[in-house]
Design a protein. Sequence first.
Length: 398
Amino acid sequence: MAGSVRFAQRLLGVPGSGIREVMSRSQALKAAGADVINWHIGRPDFDTPQHIKEACTAAMAAGHVHYAAANGIPALREAIAAQAEREYGVSSGSIDPDRVVVCNGGMEAVTVTLHSILEPGDEVILPAPNWPNVKWGVALAGGVPIDVPLSEGVLTADAISAHVTGKTKAVVLSSPGNPLGTVTGKEELSRIAALAREKDLLVISDETYSRLYYGNEGAYAPSILSQQGMQARSVAVSTFSKTYAMDGWRLGWALCPTPAEATLVAKTRYYFSACSPTFTMHAAVTALTAPQDCVAEMVAQYDERRRIVVDGLAGIPGVKLPGGSPEGAFYVFPDISELGDSAEIAAWLLEKHHLAVIDGGVFGDKGRGHLRIAYACSSADCLRGVERLGSALRAWQK
């Protein structure tokens, strides 16, 4: 019997999370005693560093347990602004902390930004394939997501230009990207910046994985906010989840073009969740301002795992990795289209071989024929995983 609640059509048109479905099934198999290798969830397997947890405990003991401002405590906004200055290579003090809005995770930062800027029918250009939460976040905010195929793993200025219309409001960049782990280089970012200025487009730069970077441009992946004039027409969104293994803390931020625009985003944020927990924000200050050795150690381990998985995939017949080894995040996105339907293969790998991967179709039609592998598990599990995957796919082909 149908219920009496008449849900909004924009919600009914949004699918559930294919990633969470795999996570639930994986957990059920593990609870039943199966030896499941977790290649499905984009979540660090490290514990939150001890000094950050101790800072949280100290903040609670000091009484930081009440409401805060919607845009976050001043100390955290100052620390985020200082971190942004380091990442974008600009002078100390040049980024106003009042441009920062602290949110409950990077996803809320994306959500409140979209709800702040979109009118019904506004179009938002998105890389395809991409993390599905952004596409459906656009739809839930009343916008129209426009999927634009990647070229060699990145969204190019030419591809964006071909899809700009009179209704285009913004472009989303995801670099390093999910699910590919690919990074947009400085030259392409320069071309995108020129196009954004020419077409008067806002850029939403998803910088979730900016510090999980293995390329040759330094400690941070290149950002469009380093391009001339782009801080004035970009919103950078990021999170503590990946860099500091704080995914369960639900803490992120949006860096807006100006303090006035941040005030409007903070207004939207207030009506979503009021504020972030005060004691977690104090802990996040410690995360950003303490020595960053813990980050370097985690990145080094991710890099080792990346090499294990990429090298292992190279030896499996029928598996391709266009573009070679990804330069960021903790994902690879192998093409298995020669072997059959990726959704069918992903389900079979989980049920028959206890290898939890994500069907590329979860990330949009352009992802079909691929698997997303998250190497956010131990090096030993990565070694076991490529051996198990190779054995399974050879059996599949017989």
